[in-house]
Design a protein around this ligand. Structure first.
Ligand SMILES: Nc1ncnc2c1ncn2[C@@H]1O[C@H](COP(=O)(O)OP(=O)(O)O)[C@@H](O)[C@H]1O
Ligand SMILES: [Mg+2]
Length: 224
């Protein structure tokens, strides 16, 4: 089991109102599986990924990452686990606009204090893997939207994470580019035995997923 949540709950306070964004979520994710989470906008998908990605604290309940309770660790510890074990892919890519494709992929390795020569070597290899050897020196604004997402995928796997969290990774892509992106994410995860959890509306992702969950009003259930 790579991720397990137990009674995971997150509420937000908005003035006098209380929003239950995640309501008693119990989820068990096996290693090397591809999981999709579907649900309408506002159902709690991003909240769940933020918690599993150690970017947020639960209001109650817990998260086990590789059998270790990580829900209440100090920020420094969480950051370390996140950097070394978790890769993120976002709907809007979140590449740094002033860094080249190559530098964007090197960045997570720099943060993890990987030697610069190694960073470069590995970034070159990963950009080759996602088919961008001829786009190394391009800035994000000089890339097509599909190329941008491929750089983001290369960046997500830079530190060889055991878990990739992708939040609507094809939401901004046209259907052909979306299909290529799904295939890339899927084949990379199979090849590297990486676990992937994808929040999505995309039928193509649901089709390839080993397991699909549905989330509605913060409640998670198995099945689509
Ligand atoms: N920082 C926040 N403060 C207050 N409410 C929030 C915050 N983030 C999310 N919410 C609310 O929590 C619910 C779940 O949001 P979210 O997880 O972003 O859903 P999804 O990703 O499925 O669209 C929504 O009702 C949303 O408005
Ligand atoms: Mg969202």
């Amino acid at each position: 089991m790579i991720v397990k949540t137990v009674g995971l709950t997150r509420t937000y306070r908005r003035g006098s109102s209380h929003i239950v964004a995640l309501n008693n979520v119990n989820m068990e994710v096996e290693e090397a599986t591809f999981i999709s989470i579907v649900g309408p906008s506002g159902s709690g998908k991003t909240t769940l990924l933020n918690l599993v990605g150690l970017n947020d604290h639960p209001t109650s309940g817990k998260i086990l990452f590789m059998d270790k309770d990580v829900s209440r660790l100090a920020d420094k510890e969480r950051r370390k686990i996140r950097l070394q074990n978790i890769g993120f892919v976002f709907q809007t890519f979140n590449l740094l606009p002033t860094l080249t494709a190559l530098e964007n992929v090197e960045l997570p390795m720099a943060l993890a204090s990987v030697q610069h020569r190694m960073q470069r070597k590995r970034a070159l290899k990963l950009l080759g893997k996602v088919g961008l050897t001829d786009r190394l020196q391009h800035l994000p604004r000089e890339l097509s939207i599909g190329e941008t997402q491929r750089v983001a995928i290369a960046r997500a796997i830079a530190n060889d994470p055991s878990l990739i969290l992708a939040d609507e990774p094809t939401g901004e892509l046209d259907s052909e580019t979306a299909k290529e992106t799904v295939n890339l994410l899927f084949s990379l995860s199979r090849e590297r035995k990486t676990t992937v959890i994808v929040a999505t509306h995309d039928e193509k992702i649901v089709e390839v997923a080993d397991t699909t969950y549905t989330i509605q009003d913060g409640k998670l259930r198995l099945g689509s």
